[in-house]
Design a binder for this molecule. Structure first.
Ligand code: TEU
Ligand code: CA
Length: 549
């Protein structure tokens, strides 16, 4: 069934690192306004904007202290209105990041709740008495350590599944749900076209808050909040009372979810959410807990993609991503620095011709790489610092933890966008809040625009093809050679159109035997000048033609 969000091509902006317009070293809304022509040139038709609300920035804005105002460092509501008008003028929709599992501990609701047991905001959160000076249960935080923080003012504890400055909201309280609906309407009435819903599948907790079973201190207690008891009721309430009344779409970040459970949210006809971000393919180089690394294998990435393409086919809609503000750069993980351009282009073709809505993270389109930091003091991310402390407490050496952080820290994706080879990559003329990657001299937008063979131009061609050929959006998905650990080959079919995508996911030549006669097909995309039978290192080829019978 045709729907707007299926034709969206979304560009994620992490505002703090995108473009600084007033040289305080911090990206801002006016900086994004300066770059709207670039987004139009790239060809995207939607933007997912990471949080720009008032926040003490403990988790760079994923800790909100005022949901209906803009962080002054980022600008004003007037700047926001100018931004959204500029986007809409260019046919670009704006999706806001919605962080409603928790607020900041500096939100007025929490400030009132923490100091007075009789506050009307007390049960906006989870305050519970401890047991003999121990937390109320054994749950642990996504960022390491206990999920409870002692509150001396009322001699009890509050729940925070993320940092101690991110207290969880109590969604069982109807007043909380009414507050959230007001916030949604505020932004939708400003013209926002949808929401990316942060960790949306953990907002409903088992009200008894029982102990978790796992003996590992990793997300202990998750069985009591993952896809919790009232989650569907609450999402249906948001949809019926708000979402259904606007032309908008939603993508829910759903941690540790399976396709079957995802369909309980996104199946067409249910539409509690339009699609989800799942994490299976993000485990192609780790043991599902990202700090336990393992050697990347293409067949793991293929298996995760295949699982979701086939499970949702005809029933629900995929989101397609390899990067975001929480993940290291894909060219470091799934590509190659030796074949950086070829492998970045290969990953783009492999990902963006699958069925689903593509999400491109800022810098991915020019093949930006991990940060190359060498000292802990260069990192800004609260998760990185917490995990370092936890790892050292558990006996890991400094060297071992730095190796994990260098590869997996979220700051790898948060170094400033590289606009040019100038100082600070043209991001700012001030002191950047986080160091600029020194390789901006070679990797930047300015040189990519001038180079017809750049990764950027390859992304522009893919985006143009997606817009021109409906088979890219509405086509079925069928994979060939699933067991290969070298090549990935799949076809898309729609009416009598057929697209065949064949990529080499390794740095060595790989043989490729077309699964059907390609003589009537046109080669419409190739990241090499050569079109030999075998696939060159990280080669990507896309053929278009009439579907063979
Ligand atoms: O992330 C949720 C989440 O689970 C992340 O912590 C992610 O799993 C982890 O970093 C490994 O990739 C969302 C936001 O995307 C993240 O930036 C926030 O820190 C977090 O929620 C809390 O709001
Ligand atoms: Ca600024």
């Amino acid at each position: 069934m045709k729907r707007d969000y299926k034709e969206a091509i979304v560009y994620q902006i992490y505002p703090r690192s995108f473009k600084d317009s007033n040289n305080d070293g911090i990206g801002d809304l006016r900086g994004i306004i300066e770059k709207l022509d670039y987004l139009e040139y790239l060809g995207v038709n939607a933007v997912w904007l990471s949080p720009v609300y008032k926040s003490p920035l403990d988790d760079n804005g994923y800790d909100i202290s005022d949901y209906c105002d803009i962080l002054p460092e980022y600008g004003t509501l007037d700047d926001f209105k100018e931004l959204i008008a500029g986007m809409h003028k260019r046919g670009i929709k704006l999706i806001m990041d919605l962080v409603i599992n928790h607020t900041s501990d500096e939100h007025p609701w929490f400030l009132a709740a923490k100091k007075d047991v009789n506050s009307p905001y007390r049960d906006y959160y989870f305050f519970r008495k401890g047991k003999k000076r121990r937390p109320p249960n054994n749950w642990t935080s996504f960022f390491g350590g206990s999920a409870w923080e002692y509150n001396p003012e009322t001699d009890d504890y509050y729940l925070h599944l993320f940092s101690r400055k991110q207290p969880d909201l109590n969604w069982d309280n109807p007043r909380v749900r009414e507050e959230i609906k007001k916030i949604l309407k505020f932004w939708l009435d400003l013209g926002v076209d949808g929401f990316r819903c942060d960790v949306i599948n953990i907002i409903s907790k088992n009200p008894d808050l029982p102990n978790g079973k796992s003996f590992l201190p990793i997300l202990r207690g998750k069985e009591h909040y993952l896809n919790g008891p009232n989650i569907h009721e609450y999402l249906r309430e948001l949809k019926n009372d708000v979402f259904a009344h606007y032309d908008m779409f939603t993508v829910g970040e759903a941690v540790m979810i399976t396709p079957e459970i995802a369909l309980s949210y996104i199946e067409e006809g249910r539409d509690e959410l339009n699609m989800v971000f799942q994490f299976d393919h993000m485990a192609a180089d780790n043991y599902y807990i990202k700090w336990f690394l393992r050697k990347y294998k293409p067949k793991r990435l293929k298996a995760a993609m295949r699982k979701w393409q086939s499970a949702l086919s005809g029933r629900g809609w995929n989101s397609l991503y390899l990067e975001n503000h929480d993940q290291p750069r894909s060219v470091n993980r799934f590509g190659s620095l030796q074949y950086r351009a070829e492998s970045a282009k290969m990953l783009a073709a492999y990902l963006l011709f699958q069925q689903g809505t593509p999400f491109i993270y800022q810098g991915q389109e020019i093949g930006m790489t991990n940060a190359h930091f060498t000292s802990l003091s260069q990192y800004r991310d609260v998760e990185t610092h917490n995990i370092y402390k936890l790892g050292r407490k558990l006996g890991f050496t400094h060297k071992r933890m730095m190796k994990k952080i260098k590869y997996m820290s979220r700051d790898n994706a948060r170094t400033p966008m590289q606009w040019s080879g100038a100082e600070n990559a043209g991001f700012t003329e001030g002191d950047p809040w986080i160091e600029v990657n020194p390789n901006h001299k070679e990797i930047n937008v300015e040189s990519s625009i001038k180079d017809p063979d750049s990764i950027l131009q390859f992304y522009r061609r893919i985006i143009a093809i997606r817009k021109e050929y409906p088979v890219c959006v509405y086509g079925s998905y069928r994979e060939y050679y699933p067991r290969s650990d070298k090549i990935a080959v799949y076809e898309r079919r729609y009416q009598d159109d057929c697209l065949l995508v064949a990529v080499n996911m390794t740095g060595k030549k790989a043989s490729f035997k077309p699964p059907f006669d390609l003589s009537g097909f046109r080669l419409i995309l190739n990241n090499y000048a050569k079109d030999a039978l075998e696939l060159l290192p990280y080669q990507a080829k896309v053929y278009y033609g009439k579907a063979p019978k």
